[in-house]
Design a protein. Sequence first.
Length: 346
Amino acid sequence: MYVCLAGCMSSKERVSEEVSRFGPWIHDPSAMQFDNGYYMVFSSGYRTDYSSRRLIKGLGINSWYRDPEKGTWHMNDLLFTGSNKPQWWDKYVPNNQGWFWAPDLPFKWVMYYSFEADNDSASVIGRAVATGEAPNLKWEDDGIVLLMPHCRRDDYTCPVAIDPSVFTDDKGNLYMAYGSGTSGIWIVELDAETGHLTAEAAQGWSEDNEAFHHVAYRDTKIDYIEAPCVYRHPSNGYYYLFVNWGGCCRGLESTYNIRVGRSRSPVGPYLDKKGKDVVDQGGSLVIESKGRYLGPGHAAIYRHTDGRYAFSFHYYDGDDEGKARLAVRELSWPDDWPVVSETDFF
């Protein structure tokens, strides 16, 4: 089944009008991809209430491209909206009314995305693939990757199936990091051919299923943890796990900051600069609020063909009513640890 794009023009026109009026609202940005002369990024649903400092429902997943001449980001398409949505959404998560979060594009053009029932009864990570050239892509749904029941109570140990981050190890094996709050961050093994769960993982999550690996945790009474991003450095042999601590989606009052641990294994343990395991609430600071850049979160890394690294994240603009914006900074690796510059990548 094809995801609704052209059939959603009325919604797109409304959002495009607001983009023109208020500027782009980019939240939970995916890693960038570069194709046909365009950088592209995908984000959680567009937020329309600029007077609110709290997260509100948006419209599907947003597709953005960077104008190579003007150097500005423009909204391209709305994904997962309208009447042409895949039928399995309503079957497995009938209470979902439009929350779509944190798309991840580990490859061109493969997308992992997440959504959750409005009553928190279930959370889901799905997959879609596209054909075409940037910025005009045709997306086809590829079904469920992971379905989890209600997992948001503090006494639950099961992971919440949102915020996917898919990566390969040095042998070509495929993994997905995901999770939010309560039990923290997990990594599950995927089938490299299908992009879905391995046979062992498909038996379902349990604390005894060795296909699932608990890699990061934060006591929610102290702070919050979510939005994992795992990046395999191509030359130093380390895997880096970035996570958000703090609270998002509160505009000027957002407290997000980005932490990191590293490992020689794709499934951990991930240790911070002091040697503390991230699953034991460790995590070295990468970037925090500074100046107009409030609550930076949802890290992603892009390596350009010229060898430069870009570190992308969203922030809440302290000079513009706390609206969510996209930042792309230069990234370096002194002593094999990530350091985000204050210099823009572009």
